[in-house]
Design a protein around this ligand. Structure first.
Ligand code: V47
Length: 364
């Protein structure tokens, strides 16, 4: 195998990975430019197995998108709507309660809840929906509100981000999902999401969350106008913050879906691009415990393959995914528990059902 890697041009990086040396941005460039996906996957798999052995994690979760009304209207997003749009919606507190109640018979351990940047819902609404979920399902872990939403909620509350997080924690917030990161570089933000919280702002909210004991995830939306260097700069910023706080649980590369967006002239990503982003992030983010292959975005078949290219987590059952499906995803809206186990087993990995914080619930 070593000769094969030498021939692919990644020989010097193999030695670095084996010696657990940190890869540089220049190394990352070499990885992205390598056309031998098997060599790249081999390197990423070394790190994947060193960190997580043969385990492949999944979770029994439910997604709730409380509203798609959004003042940011990012160009890559097909989910967000203006308030007056025919397709705009906003759940009442009772609606959120009902969504949770509908699935009470299922062994859901996590509720993943995000929405847009709403122009006029008051801070109390966000407290109420957290409490409503806990009223119906007291044991569930609520992973909710991206760093972008948290910043908005702090403005609504008229409090510093840290104090706002304490109020949200008291109402039931357990951790923060990784959305809203997009690509941190200001050029990309200016061209694709000029209204959104800056990359620096996103990182600062994540830092404060970690300081307040909240674990968070991180994402990167790739496959549109970003360059390889802009991706690497994004990964490097995450790696630097993780060195400081150790508060990130998982990194999820998000494959851009162009349909119904203001960037619909772009083509969707290819399987190789998807695998490369998984593998390079596994190699660059040496201090992140987990890399997720989010089956909703890359399809369950490629997510299975990704388990040998750096990923150790398939996310979960999900239930009613909206954000990617509005942008043309052709994947299912939910996967059964048994299907996830089968997909992982057939990929040669050990299915491990986890909770949000990666405590093992059951090994299959
Ligand atoms: O914040 C928006 C992205 C995110 C599109 O933390 C798009 O475990 C692709 O963050 N094509 C929401 N992506 C999803 C997300 C997520 C999903 C699963 C697990 C976790 C986690 C986080 O999706 C948004 C944005 O970055 N997005 N539009 C699109 N057209």
């Amino acid at each position: 195998m070593e000769r094969y890697i030498e021939q692919s041009g990644l020989g010097d990086l193999l030695a670095k990975v084996q010696n657990q040396e940190r890869l540089t941005i220049a190394d990352g460039r070499k990885l992205y430019q390598c056309s031998d996906i098997l060599a790249l996957g081999y390197l990423a798999n070394l790190v994947r197995e060193r960190k997580n052995g043969n385990d492949a994690f999944f979770i029994y979760n439910q997604h709730i998108n409380y509203s798609n009304i959004c003042t940011n209207l990012c160009k890559f997003c097909a989910f967000g709507r203006k308030k007056e749009d025919d397709l705009a919606y906003e759940m009442t507190v009772a609606d959120v309660k009902e969504k949770v109640r509908e699935r009470l018979s299922e062994p859901i351990t996590e509720i993943h809840m995000v929405g847009g940047i709403h122009p006029d819902l008051p801070f109390q609404y966000y407290i109420d929906i957290l409490q409503a979920i806990k009223d119906v399902r007291p044991e569930v872990h609520i992973q909710a509100f991206t760093c972008v939403e948290i910043y908005h909620l702090a403005q609504l509350a008229g409090k510093p981000v840290g104090d706002t997080l304490e109020v949200l924690k008291d109402a039931g917030l357990g951790s923060i999902p990784g959305g809203g990161a997009e690509v941190f570089n200001p050029r990309i933000r200016e061209l694709t999401c000029p209204e959104k919280l800056s990359g620096e702002g996103w990182l600062e909210v994540a830092r404060i969350a970690h300081q307040h004991g909240l674990k968070t995830n991180a994402t990167m939306l790739y496959g549109h106008i970003e360059t390889i260097d802009e991706r690497l700069e994004h990964l490097d910023a995450l790696r630097t913050l993780q060195d400081e706080t150790n508060g990130f649980l998982a990194f999820i590369p998000l494959a851009f879906h162009p349909k119904n967006t203001a960037m619909s002239e772009h083509k969707g990503t290819t399987g190789i691009n998807d695998l490369k982003n998984i593998a390079v992030s596994r190699l660059m983010l040496d201090n992140f415990p987990h890399i997720k292959a989010y089956w909703v975005m890359i399809g369950e078949k490629l997510a299975q393959v990704a388990l040998s290219f750096g990923a150790d987590d398939m996310d979960g059952t999900v239930k009613e995914e909206v954000i990617t499906h509005m942008a043309g995803a052709e994947t299912a809206q939910a996967l059964g528990h048994k299907t996830l186990i089968r997909l992982i087993k057939e990929a040669g990995r050990t299915p491990v059902e986890r909770d949000t914080l990666y405590n093992v619930l059951e090994t299959f």
